[in-house]
Unconditional design. Structure first.
Length: 154
């Protein structure tokens, strides 16, 4: 089960809607081994595409080094689907390389009146997808504050 604070959930959704019609992407870091998402890190979709995303390699290296320096790991790796349901595609599975991460997908197709809004979480281990329950909990504003480093978002 993914337990996520309301403000973090809202930040992911806000990023997904702001980048629509392109896919949005990013991570939520947390202390290593805690399975606790704490620090929201929106990233740039290097593809700038409505059907595909990838992290910019330079930005990803910077973010992963920052997590290492802070004894963090990617607890959530998120992205949006702009015209389809929030379910991992074959391409998404090919890029799912963090077996401990929760892979959160947001469907923003509701922005075009094409369907219902979705916020779903999955585990992906050895190419096998398992949907998991999401528990949204209240949290303090400081725990969910967006990354204060303006360069981290591109």
């Amino acid at each position: 089960m993914l337990t996520i604070g309301q403000a973090l959930r809202d930040a992911i959704i806000s990023h997904a809607r702001a980048d629509h019609p392109d896919e949005a992407c990013g991570v939520v870091a947390g202390p290593i081994g805690s399975d606790r998402p704490v620090r929201f890190v929106p990233m740039v979709n290097a593809e700038r595409s409505p059907t595909f995303y990838s992290f910019d390699s330079g930005e990803q290296l910077k973010v992963w080094r920052e997590m290492d320096d802070r004894d963090e790991e990617p607890v959530i790796i998120y992205h949006s689907h702009t015209a389809t349901e929030a379910y991992p595609s074959r391409t998404d599975l090919a890029y799912a390389s963090e077996p401990n991460a929760h892979y959160v997908l947001v469907s923003t197709r509701d922005a075009d009146g094409l369907g219902e809004f979705q916020f779903r979480s999955f585990r992906v281990v050895d190419g096998v997808v398992s949907e998991e329950e999401i528990q949204v909990v209240p949290e303090s504003d400081s725990a969910a504050a967006p990354n204060p480093d303006p360069e981290a978002a591109g």
